[in-house]
Write a protein that binds this ligand. Structure first.
Ligand code: FAD
Ligand code: SF4
Length: 461
């Protein structure tokens, strides 16, 4: 195989076509591309990429197996470290993790680790080779997992493989957390999440849907039902609101509500699903993270003629993944940086008509280490708009924690744990966004894995 310094470019759906559908944008590597890329890996003696991965996947190990065309062994091997490779291969921010640490990035392009991870997971699915991972014999000890996001799925899988009788209690009618209700179909097809959940079911994990713990049942109820340990992985899904006039107008929504209606309730499949969203002609999204960009790209696909993202800091500080920003630009999304909203203006029928904004400049560093945006006097202007989507972040939802008054939480309501997910209550463990605040899929999975180890130790002690 000829060596090249550059990674093969992943084929993508044409922007002109994809803005009219919800199908996946990047189409994945062919076998030939995966071989070129796997052959580019230097198999370093001291592989820096592994340190860059939050769950320390043996990256050169699985790439070597791809290079040798031992695809089955490669997928089995990667799953020893990460049970959701098809998901992580698509949504992990590899460019600031493993790929940023890859030695090849110093001179040319780093290895496309995410693309290879996705290739091998898709290969398994396309060839219908999914097998039930090995498990220890059942030990009849019941463990309850609250929530079904990536932290919970990982914790549940690890415990089930150790022989525990695991039940997941999920508030919604589908499993996967943000993977199903937040991240849109064109970035992460829901079929993939469903199949990953099927693997859990193959492991014997039971999932109880429509069960809000803290409302329908409490942890005390679950104790009485015979559960011996609890993992709380309820995420941080409560939207943060801005304080400005006009928030109650028709056409103002939070990104959470908007994305949930689009993804979980399948608004984009109207009339097949009777939950349409009328986005109007112009949509303005406030924020600069993945959630803001996902909302903007969904609004475009739902028929908006113009979508504007308003972000109060500069382009360089925008936290969204660069690949998604690039995709959004290709699709014609407009960005107004260093711009802050101050008022939403409606018409006589209380429908949104305009967003009043002010231009900003960057000042001194703030607590987050970024330059603080400051308003520029007399720089207000109006953006005509039919819908305003608020995507400025989320925080901990207190539904469950307020039923556990003895559980230690931070001032902002996040659960306090040690690095193994242990809380101050000995049979309760926690991990993912409910501990760290909004983070990433892979960090939530890492936390789920650590907690599974700690739960196993606790139940054996
Ligand atoms: P979640 O995924 O939030 O899951 C929590 C689950 O708990 C939910 O299903 C919820 O319904 C359930 N629940 C809540 N309360 C209760 C209760 N009381 N009882 C029972 N169940 C309950 N990360 C990336 O790495 N890459 C990306 O590209 C990316 N894009 C994102 C896009 C969007 C729109 C959003 C919102 C987030 C994105 N993230 C991304 C962040 C990532 O998805 C989260 O960090 C991750 O999902 C957190 O996992 P978790 O398991 O902690 O919780
Ligand atoms: Fe391969 Fe890059 Fe890891 Fe080296 S650092 S083993 S080149 S992926």
């Amino acid at each position: 195989m000829t060596k090249t310094l550059l990674r093969p470019k992943m084929p993508e759906q044409d922007p002109k076509e994809r803005i009219h559908n919800f199908e996946e944008v990047p189409l994945g590597y062919s076998e030939e591309m995966a071989q070129i890329e796997a052959n580019r890996c230097l198999q370093c003696a001291d592989p820096k990429c592994i340190n860059g991965c939050p769950v320390n996947i043996d990256i050169p190990g699985f790439i070597k197996l791809i290079k040798e065309k031992e695809y089955r062994k490669a997928i089995e091997y990667i799953k020893e470290f990460n049970i959701l490779p098809a998901i992580c291969g698509r949504v992990c921010p590899q460019e600031i993790q493993c790929e940023q640490a890859c030695i090849l990035g110093k001179k040319k392009e780093p290895i496309a680790i995410g693309a290879l991870e996705r290739f091998i997971a898709d290969w398994e699915r396309e060839n219908s080779l999914k097998a039930c991972p090995d498990c220890q014999p059942p030990n009849n000890i019941k463990v309850a997992i609250i929530g079904s996001g990536p932290a919970s799925l990982t914790c549940a899988a690890d415990l089930a493989r150790k022989g525990y009788e695991v039940t997941i209690f999920e508030a919604l009618h589908k499993g996967g957390g943000v993977l199903v209700y937040g991240i849109p179909e064109f970035r992460l097809p829901k079929e993939i999440v469903r199949e990953e959940i099927e693997t859990l079911e193959m492991l014997g994990v039971k999932i109880e849907y429509n069960k809000i713990i803290g409302k329908i049942l409490t942890i005390d109820d679950l104790r009485e039902m015979g559960y011996k340990a609890f993992f709380i992985g309820v995420g941080a899904g409560l939207p943060i609101m801005l304080t400005m006039p006009g928030l109650n107008l028709n056409g103002v929504v939070t990104a959470n509500e908007f994305l949930t209606r689009a993804n979980l309730m399948k608004a984009y499949k109207f009339p097949e699903y009777d939950t349409p969203i009328n986005v109007g002609r112009i949509v303005t999204v406030i924020g600069g993270g993945n959630v803001a960009l996902d909302s903007a790209r969904v609004a475009l696909r739902l028929g908006a003629e113009k979508v504007i993202v308003v972000y109060r800091r500069s382009e360089e500080e925008m936290p969204a993944r660069r690949a998604e920003y690039h995709h959004a630009l290709e699709e014609g999304i407009e960005f107004q940086f260093l711009t802050n909203p101050i008022e939403i203006i409606g018409d006589d029928l209380s429908n949104v008509r305009e967003l009043k904004v002010i231009k900003m400049k960057l000042g001194e560093l703030d607590d987050s280490g970024r330059r603080r945006p400051l308003p520029i006097e007399n720089s207000q202007y109006l953006i005509p708009t039919d819908m305003v989507i608020l995507a400025i972040g989320t925080r901990a939802n207190p539904i469950l924690t307020r039923t556990l008054p003895k559980l230690k939480t931070t001032k902002s309501g996040y659960i306090e744990t040690d690095e193994f997910g242990r809380t101050n209550i000995e049979d309760i463990f926690a991990g993912g966004d409910i501990v760290t605040g909004s983070a990433t899929v892979i960090s939530a999975m890492g936390a789920g894995r650590m907690a599974a180890k700690a739960i196993d130790e606790y139940l054996n002690s």
